[in-house]
Design a binder for this molecule. Structure first.
Ligand code: NDP
Ligand code: GDR
Length: 373
C-alpha cells in the first residue's frame, strides 16, 4: 500500500529534502505552499510533477498555518498517513520583530493541525511529527542537552515552539495520537535560507571572493552551535514516525563550534586565510594569504568581516550542544555528514552562483546582491 504524507513547509530547506526522501521511499507526497506574489517553489521545482499527468506522486496545495479552514480541508482531502509539521516563521531574530505572527504560525499552527486531525476522526490513522528545536533549551540548564534537560526559551520563536512541543505531547497523552517531537539542533545545507548564519557566511564570502560584495557584517560570532546536515536530519524525522510507539528525540551531532570557526572554514574553502583582531564590536577579519583562483577580487590586507550590532539579538542563545545518544541507541541513527564536509558543499555551491553572477557583471549585466541577513 502506498503511504501518503502531508508536509507543511515543503518549500523550505527541510521540507524539500524530506519530500525527496519520501518520494524515493515510494510515498505519495502532498505539500502545503503559501500564496506569494513571486514563485516560492525553487527548492522543490526539480521534483515538481504536472498535476495533469496520471499518478503524479508529488502534489502541492495552497495553504497557510494561520488558516484553520484550509488546513482542515487539505487534511480531509489528503487523508494522510503521516503529517510532518515543518512550516514555521523559523528565524529567531525575526521573531523579536514579529512576535505575534510567530506565535500564531509556530504555536497555534500546530494546534490547528492536531485539532483538524482529531476533528476529522483521523487520530488513530494519522501520525504526526512536530519540528521542535534546540532553541527550547535557550539559556541552557545542562550540557550537553538531552531529552530530559529542562527548557528555558529565549525568544518569541522559542516560546511559540515550546507551546507546540507541549501540545504535541498533550494530544499524544490525551487522545492516544501517534504524535512526536524531534528536538533538532541546527542543521544546514546549500538550501539553507540566506539569512541564517552559515548560509550568510558561505554566500557572503563567495560573493566577496568574486568581487560582488565588499564585506560581511556579522552579529555575535562567539555563539556556539551544534551544526549538522539537513539531509541526515530529515531521515530521522521519517524514522521517528516508523516506531511501535511515539517518542521524542534529540537530533544533534554532539560537537559544537563557534560562528567565528565557521567563518574560518568557509574562507579556507575559498583559499583565503584570515586573521581575527580587535575586541567585541571592534573585531575584524583581515586576509593574510590567498591560495588558488577562487578569490580573484581579494588581496592580502583586505578586511572582509566586521561586526554590526544590528545583528545582535535582544536575548541571545550563547551555546547549544546536543546529546544524540537516545537516537543512536534506540533508532540506530548517527549523522553521516560532518560539519566540515557540509561547509565545503555550501561554499562550493555558493561559489558556483557567485562565479555566474561575476561573469554576467563582466558582460554588463549587473545583478543586485541582497545584503540583508
Ligand atoms: P525554513 O525557514 O527553510 O522553511 C520554513 C517553511 O515554512 C517554508 O516552506 C515556509 O514557506 C513555511 N512557512 C512559513 N510561514 C508559514 C505559514 N504561515 N504557513 C505555512 N507555511 C509557512 O525552515 P527549515 O526548513 O530550516 O526548518 C523546518 C522546521 O524545522 C521549522 O519549523 C523550523 O522552525 C524547525 N527547525 C529548524 C532547524 C534548523 O536548523 N533548520 C532546527 C530545529 C527546528 P515559504 O517558503 O513560503 O517561506
Ligand atoms: P539560530 O540560527 O538562531 O540558531 O536558529 P542562526 O543561523 O540564525 O544563528 C545562529 C547563531 O549565529 C549568531 N549570529 C548570526 N545569526 C544570523 N542569522 N546572522 C548574523 O549575522 C549572525 N551573526 C551571529 C546568532 O546570534 C546565533 O547565535 C536556527 C533556526 O533554523 C531555527 O528555526 C532553529 O530552531 C534553530 O536554528 C535550531
Amino acid at each position: 500500500m502506498t503511504k501518503t504524507a502531508l508536509i507543511t513547509g515543503v518549500t523550505g530547506q527541510d521540507g524539500s529534502y524530506l519530500a525527496e526522501f519520501l518520494l524515493e521511499k515510494g510515498y505519495e507526497v502532498h505539500g502545503i505552499k503559501r500564496r506569494s506574489s513571486l514563485f516560492n517553489t525553487a527548492r522543490v521545482d526539480h521534483i515538481y510533477e504536472d498535476p495533469h499527468v496520471d499518478n503524479a506522486r508529488f502534489k502541492l496545495h495552497y495553504g497557510d498555518l494561520t488558516d484553520t479552514s484550509n488546513l482542515t480541508r487539505i487534511i480531509q482531502e489528503v487523508q494522510p498517513d503521516e503529517v510532518y509539521n515543518l512550516g514555521a516563521q523559523s528565524h529567531v531574530a525575526v521573531s523579536f520583530e514579529s512576535p505575534e505572527y510567530t506565535a500564531d504560525v509556530d504555536g497555534m499552527g500546530t494546534l490547528r493541525l492536531l485539532e483538524a486531525i482529531r476533528f476529522l476522526g483521523l487520530e488513530k490513522k494519522t501520525r504526526f511529527y512536530q519540528a521542535s528545536t534546540s532553541e527550547l533549551y535557550g539559556l541552557v540548564q545542562e550540557t550537553p542537552q538531552r531529552e530530559t534537560t529542562p527548557f528555558y526559551p529565549r525568544s518569541p520563536y522559542a516560546v511559540a515552539k515550546l507551546y507546540s512541543y507541549w501540545i504535541t505531547v498533550n494530544y499524544r497523552e490525551a487522545y492516544g495520537m501517534y504524535a512526536c517531537n524531534g528536538i533538532l539542533f541546527n542543521h544546514e545545507s546549500p538550501r539553507r535560507g540566506e539569512t541564517f548564519v552559515t548560509r550568510k557566511i558561505t554566500r557572503g564570502l563567495a560573493n566577496i571572493a568574486q568581487g560582488l560584495e565588499d564585506c560581511l557584517y556579522m552579529g555575535n560570532i562567539d555563539a556556539l552551535r551544534d551544526w549538522g546536515h539537513a539531509k541526515d536530519y530529515v531521515r530521522m524525522q521519517w524514522m521517528m514516525l516508523q516506531q511501535d510507539a511515539p517518542q521524542d528525540f534529540v537530533i544533534a551531532t554532539g560537537v559544537q563550534y563557534s560562528v567565528r570557526q565557521f567563518i574560518t572554514w568557509s574562507a579556507e574553502e575559498l583559499g583565503i586565510s584570515l586573521e581575527f583582531t580587535g575586541e567585541g564590536v571592534e573585531e575584524i577579519a583581515t586576509v593574510t594569504a590567498i591560495d588558488g583562483d577562487s578569490a580573484p577580487a581579494l588581496k592580502v590586507g583586505d578586511v572582509i568581516m566586521r561586526i554590526d550590532t544590528r545583528y545582535f539579538r535582544p536575548a541571545e542563545v550563547e551555546t547549544l550542544l546536543g546529546d544524540p545518544a537516545k537516537a543512536k541507541s534506540e533508532l540506530g541513527w548517527t549523522p553521516e555528514i560532518t560539519v566540515q564536509e557540509m561547509c565545503a558543499e555550501m561554499v562550493a555551491e555558493d561559489l558556483k552562483t557567485a562565479r555566474r553572477h561575476a561573469l554576467l557583471k563582466e558582460h554588463g549585466m549587473d545583478l543586485p546582491v541582497s545584503h540583508e541577513g
